[in-house]
Design a protein around this ligand. Structure first.
Ligand SMILES: NC(=O)c1ccc[n+]([C@@H]2O[C@H](COP(=O)([O-])OP(=O)(O)OC[C@H]3O[C@@H](n4cnc5c(N)ncnc54)[C@H](O)[C@@H]3O)[C@@H](O)[C@H]2O)c1
Ligand SMILES: [Fe+2]
Length: 382
């Protein structure tokens, strides 16, 4: 037996933030990305909470790739303030921080009641508003830890594109490629099913049509709202199907070298598609391709890349990803990013490969990798 459910209530479209004015809690803690506060975006939230006449406080000690130390500070705040609800406003880092903070605070035994969580994404990327994942960073041991539990799920999510028009082009590119990677990894995951596939397909279609438009014109509201939906659709898909090797490897690039999550995914994606399909420039036609190859071909067709045969179609999909990266001025290699020396990078490969092999997202990759396979893939992206 298989089952599929969506537990988070999703409010979306114009004026969806008005949901905040309807809240009936007495005390709310807003956990916000510092950019949301400094840019004034927070007023979209403030205004509505004042209308709801509830008591609230803003906590914005949140940083990208949330480290455990920052989670601890948030937990102290929650235990002291005892909110009935936490509203998380920001990118995946702020939402993941809020999820982890709530979970640890509830387990501390110092709270009498459970706390509701409302997630309001300000990037179109992680889909964290609907997933049971929270990715935290153990800085000391250079590891990213995906916490996975249904307890992480927010009760409500609000998708309002007014909050994403301020996202600069480079972050639009990174987060948009994260959406594409979620949808694609979900689509070929060993746990994919009819429902996750439907969600992933719609997300892929939207990325194909609207990512470049969002990158080229921040104020293209239509494109922004479609990408905001795509991010959430892909989140719903991978929440049920899990991800794959691309994320397992990208997590280590984030933990070791602080490469932004979506950028790390994009860098790896062409190589992972070739690895998962076991097809490259020198491949010959085969009579029978594995399931994931047929799925990559379907994705290529959805993007309008129908091509001569299976091998050229996979190659067209890989080229489309590289084309998107060129159009969005994204780096194509670790050396181009310049985050470390060649020596530092190659010295880290064995540890990164081991961690990627053990990462919980790698389990559902359609091709079972060895540590050596992963080391070779890390070598290719230098
Ligand atoms: N929980 C999940 O299911 C899941 C899935 C994938 C990734 N992640 C995690 O999420 C994190 C990445 O999240 P992200 O890609 O959203 O980036 P992020 O939250 O780290 O934000 C990136 C940058 O964008 C800024 N920003 C946020 N909103 C903005 C706006 N509206 N305008 C301008 N700037 C804005 C932030 O201040 C930050 O500097 C990583 O830690 C990753 O591992 C979680
Ligand atoms: Fe991701």
């Amino acid at each position: 037996m298989k089952s599929f459910d969506i537990k988070v209530k999703i409010h979306f479209g114009e004026k969806s933030l008005d949901r905040l004015a309807q809240l009936t809690y007495n005390r709310v803690l807003v956990i916000a990305d510092p950019f949301v506060v400094s840019s004034g975006l927070i007023h979209h939230i403030d205004r509505r909470l004042q209308k709801a006449e509830l008591e609230y406080k803003i906590f914005s000690d949140v940083v990208p790739d949330p480290p455990l130390e920052k989670i601890t500070l948030g937990v102290v705040e929650v235990i002291e303030y005892k909110p009935e609800c936490i509203i998380a406003v920001g990118g995946g880092s702020a939402i993941d921080s809020a999820k982890a903070i709530r979970s640890v605070a509830e387990k501390s035994g110092k709270l009498e009641n459970k706390i509701d969580l409302i997630a309001i994404p300000t990037t179109s990327g992680t889909g964290s508003e609907v997933t049971s994942f929270a990715v935290v960073t153990d800085t000391e041991n250079k590891t990213k830890i995906p916490l996975v539990s249904d307890e992480m799920l927010p009760q409500e999510a609000i998708l309002d594109a007014d909050l994403v028009t301020s996202v600069p082009p480079n972050i639009t590119a990174d987060t948009g490629m994260d959406v594409f990677t979620h949808a694609l990894e979900s689509y070929v995951s060993t746990e994919s099913n009819e429902f996750t596939a439907a969600l992933a397909e719609k997300a892929i279609e939207f990325v194909g049509a609207f990512l470049l438009r969002s990158y080229l014109d921040s104020n293209d509201y239509h494109a922004r709202s479609k990408m905001h939906c795509a991010s959430c659709l892909a989140g719903l898909a991978f929440n049920a199907s899990n991800l794959g090797l691309n994320h397992g490897m990208a997590h280590q690039l984030g933990a070791f070298f602080h490469i932004p999550h979506g950028r790390a995914n994009a860098l790896l994606l062409p190589y992972i598609i070739e690895y998962n399909s076991n097809i490259d420039k020198r491949s010959r036609s085969q009579d029978n391709y594995p399931k994931q190859v047929k799925k990559f071909v379907t994705v290529a067709r959805m993007l309008g890349l129908q091509n001569f045969n299976t091998i050229t179609t996979i190659s067209a999909l890989v080229s489309w990803i590289r084309f998107m990266m060129v159009e969005m001025d994204m780096p194509h290699s670790i050396s181009e990013i310049g985050c470390c020396t060649e020596q530092e990078y190659f010295a880290a490969i064995p540890d990164m490969a081991q961690a990627a092999l053990e990462d919980s997202t790698t389990i559902t990759n359609p091709r079972k990798p060895t540590k050596q396979d992963i080391e070779e893939l890390y070598t290719k992206i230098w």
